[in-house]
Design a protein around this ligand. Structure first.
Ligand SMILES: Cc1cc2nc3c(=O)[nH]c(=O)nc-3n(C[C@H](O)[C@H](O)[C@H](O)COP(=O)(O)OP(=O)(O)OC[C@H]3O[C@@H](n4cnc5c(N)ncnc54)[C@H](O)[C@@H]3O)c2cc1C
Length: 401
């Protein structure tokens, strides 16, 4: 075997690529494993830019892949945190209904919890006030005691060091460009060969997969999550996590309040249609060709109005204006004022796939395979929470599993 050849080659050093490497190293300790990433270190994109919440799994129907790996993944992630001294706290969360229209969804979430074996229950106003004294009072509320917060960057950094110590080779600034031949790829820095390849390239996973003749029916629509923060004088308004009842037909949870592991309270994220896979600022990260392609797709979704896209897009884009963002936060925390919210540079992009044949947003994880490769598509939330169990599922689904 030459220096540039690997038994297993993984594209992408986000949490999915790292946990797949961890899973492979556990199963095949002697294997030569390489991870390539176009960046200079791990977790530069979604895995280092998320809310840091370990979800309990209440949002997902029992027939979904998400439901199968979310709760078990959270438990494994908490175990990893404990073993490696990574800050993590099972602080719990409330989901607050603010209108009668949300009651059927409340029932559906409780039903998911029952079917998925998750601890979550309805609480009355008095109990809500004991858990989150400043939360909005509405017709119903749910308490999830097992929701946790974690330092997601610390997880990524620790896993990277651990894998390096175990002999996994990281190939930084080594972006996948195209297929070179059977069992061979071309990167920014030359050619690499492999026995089996795992595509875990996050927002670019569809692009990489298309090189293998896969993912033809999918296109990526990036949704940007921006956050505000509570000023220190207002942080006492939130003890842990306050979430709205989500629109169950969309893969987003709605603006929420999270006391992250550092103690800061973040408000967000939005789900603003973005013009690029790395369009983190207003115009930062926009590449003209990609922007045209994404803009065309967004225009199509706007015109077809599937998933009530037009209403959602207007609502989300309006959150670029602070007073609209404050209004979304006030639904959950009525006493919050505009002065209580301060800007933060934190922003992430969801690598959301749209199914072009069916014209719908994909809600679940997707795997596709060739004889010698597995492609992880639509690794949207809660892929961070799920990751250790998700990686096991990914490897099991592959030809090497
Ligand atoms: C705003 C926001 C909040 C979220 N909050 C939560 C949360 O609270 N809890 C939760 O569980 N999940 C959350 N998520 C989801 C979660 O962060 C992601 O699902 C998860 O991080 C996806 O991991 P990944 O490894 O697939 O992607 P990434 O972390 O994006 O990693 C993909 C990697 O592939 C690399 N790459 C891309 N193209 C190439 C190429 N051509 N060649 C080589 N390398 C390449 C990239 O540089 C990157 O490092 C959130 C997401 C967002 C955007």
């Amino acid at each position: 075997m030459t220096e540039n050849s690997y038994d297993y080659l993984i594209v992408g050093a986000g949490i999915v690529g790292l946990t797949v490497a961890h899973e492979l190293k556990t199963r095949f300790p002697a294997a030569r494993i390489g991870i390539l990433d176009k960046e200079a270190n791990a977790g530069v994109h979604a895995s280092g830019r998320n809310s840091g919440v370990l979800h309990c799994g209440i949002y997902y129907g029992s027939d979904t892949l998400k439901a199968k790996v979310c709760a078990v993944g959270a438990t494994r992630m908490m175990g990893f945190a404990q073993e490696h001294g990574i800050p993590c706290s099972k602080s719990g969360k409330v989901i607050v209904a603010t209108s009668d229209k949300e009651l059927p969804t409340v029932e559906r979430l409780l039903n998911n919890a029952a079917e998925n074996g998750i601890r979550a229950w309805r609480i009355d106003e008095k109990e809500l006030m004991e858990i989150e004294p400043y939360a909005a009072r509405g017709p119903a509320a749910i308490y999830s005691p097992d929701t946790a917060v974690i330092d997601s960057r610390a997880v990524v950094n620790r896993l990277t060091v651990l894998l390096e110590q175990q002999g996994v080779q990281f190939l930084w600034r080594n972006g996948f460009k195209k297929i070179g031949g059977p069992g061979e790829i071309v990167t920014d820095q030359g050619k690499l060969s492999y026995g089996y390849l795992f595509n875990c390239a996050g927002a670019y996973a569809d692009v990489v997969a298309k090189n293998f003749g896969l993912a033809e029916e999918y296109a990526l629509v990036p949704f940007k999550g921006i956050y505000w923060k509570l000023r220190p004088e207002a942080e006492h308004l939130v003890r842990a996590n306050i979430y709205p009842v989500p629109d169950i037909d969309l893969p987003f949870l709605g603006v929420h309040l999270t006391r992250v592991i550092s103690g800061d309270v973040y408000v967000g994220p939005t789900a603003i249609p973005a013009l690029g896979r790395e369009n983190y600022g207003l115009i930062e990260g926009i590449r003209p060709l990609e922007a045209m392609e994404v803009g065309y797709r967004l225009a199509g979704m706007y015109l077809s109005n599937r998933h009530n896209f037009r209403h959602m897009a207007h609502l989300e884009i309006s959150k670029y204006l602070k007073h609209n963002f404050v209004a979304a936060a006030q639904r959950l925390l009525p006493s919050i004022t505009s002065e209580d919210m301060i800007p933060t540079p934190k922003a992430g992009i969801r690598p959301q796939l749209v199914n072009l044949r069916e014209g719908k947003l994909e809600m679940d994880y997707i795997f596709q395979h060739t004889e010698h490769s597995t492609h992880v598509l639509n690794a949207i939330s809660p892929a961070f929470t799920s990751s250790f169990a998700f990686a096991e599922m990914i490897v099991n689904s592959s030809k090497v599993g």
